[in-house]
Design a protein around this ligand. Sequence first.
Ligand SMILES: [Zn+2]
Ligand SMILES: [Zn+2]
Length: 95
Amino acid sequence: MDDVTEQQQLDFATYTANHVDRTNSGACICMLCGTVIKQECNLKRHFVVRHSESCQYFCPFCKRSYKNKHSFSNHMSGRHPEYKGLNLDRYAVRN
Ligand SMILES: [Zn+2]
Ligand SMILES: [Zn+2]
């Protein structure tokens, strides 16, 4: 648990390493918002536009962001109880 970090903003390298999955066809899937990016060259733009701002947790089902884990957790258990127990950190925009 290190909630004190000087790295306030998610950087692109961390984003691609932790929050992007690949399909067999080579498309990128943004795990923060569920968007499929077909060409890798568009990934950085997507990151800058959607995830380099100040939201902390992003619900890929509702496309809504939450400022802290507590409110995001409340949202997930209230609106998406079938996803209870999933790793919320997967949807964190910041560390
Ligand atoms: Zn995204
Ligand atoms: Zn939601």
